[in-house]
Design a protein around this ligand. Sequence first.
Ligand SMILES: [Zn+2]
Length: 403
Amino acid sequence: MFVAYDQNGKQVNLADRKWTSQKLEQLRKQTVFYCPTCTTELDLKIGTIITSHFAHKKTVGCSAMKSEAESEYHRIGKLDLYEWLQSQKDLEHVLLEPYLKELKQRPDLLVSVGGKSYAIEYQCAAIDGKVMNKRMTTFYNADIEDIWIIGAKAIKRINAASFTLTASHWACARYHESTLAPSIISYCSTQKAFILLQHIIPFTNRSVVTNVKKIPLQNALIFDLFTSSSFTKQQQKEWINKMKHYRLYSSRYKTKETGHLNQEIYRRNLTSIAYLPSYAFLPLKANYLFTSPVFVWQGWIALYLSELRVHEKFSTQRIYSFLEEKITAGRITSRKVYKINFSHYHAIDSYLITLSRLSVITKIEKNMYSKHRAMYWSQKTEELLEEDVRIIQNYLVYEKEEV
Ligand SMILES: [Zn+2]
């Protein structure tokens, strides 16, 4: 940590530019330092190669100690962000590691703009779900918006448009109160650049396609972090690659959930899970509302629709109930997203509307559809791979119109 109190109760902020190693040596001789959170005595670690920082003398169970496990990568990043925020216009206050006594919280940074406060956390390690929930609730109740910037090093990049996300990353993602896909803000303290993952569409819970934007810190405006983008050509290509990989190596995607779906497909004499119709892989913006892979929840709906006769009517409510049953039975998992009014019902709505645009079903009236044509279950991989490309391209024509 960078902020402590001296023996006169005066705040010492090591991020202030006035501190040279020599001046810190002098200061260390003159005073002792205390933790703003737990008030125990701290050591001042003066660095020539590492960044100077404070550390607790021994294990005292202070909540501020989490930041002592911080890596140098984290410490440098926090200082970069602090200086960068200070250079931004329109920010009223930029505070480093302020201890908010009433909330018992100590965000990395706190900024105010237009009377609204934002707590910023530069998160480089995995975070415990309980700790995170408590923090989010506390800030939410205090009307402070929390913004998570992930250490870019902690996110595994597969290729230009594909990443592997963990539960912590999903928890730190930004969800929007509109029909936008989630996004992640990350910062790399080695490259001195923000790496923004925009329009994140999960194929499975871990494997996602996304549009990556790299913005050097020196050129970045705070507004840039909150921009959004639409599904790019590169994402489209990567999505089709993922479908192909799935078709060819479906056994590698084996989980309890895929097992149940496969059993059901087999029971109905409809080949196997490797041959799911292309319609079970649509890269919807709302896909994140399920933790299950795209082909599991969309696959169950496709299976349901396969059973209907052509022109048979069905209500949205029937699909809701059908999926609710599967969720209760542990066949599908939905994602609970904090602070957002969207739930997996929104994803189901979006899926049905898309299927009607693709002429698989027909919308008759509000929340009422009929099956338009039979869903073809091919058993030829070659044929399916071609169909996959065609369906995804068609889908994107409609998605563009929607935007
Ligand atoms: Zn402490």
